[in-house]
Design a protein. Sequence first.
Length: 105
Amino acid sequence: MTFMLSLSSEIQAALAQRLRVHRLAQSLTQAELASKSGLSLGAVRKFERDGQSSLETFVRVVQTLGLASELDTLFEYRKTSIAQMAIAESASQRQRAPRKRKMKP
């Protein structure tokens, strides 16, 4: 599944199903996953059913399933040119986004 044209709910459900496959491959029940991750059984069930969860729940499930390394490159800024490398360097030092300037009439 490509996420490019998907609704956020579709992406959430797809990620939940992918993690469910990993849980089943490790022969873990939902109750065991909940216990190991410090989550309630209801939170795990809801997450697997429709992808609804907090970011914390998602991360705990990922960590418990041993998939945290999969997050290492998620949203990492990819630099393909020297100019982009310079922009990325200055952006990493910036604390806030620049203010938008108002155009003079």
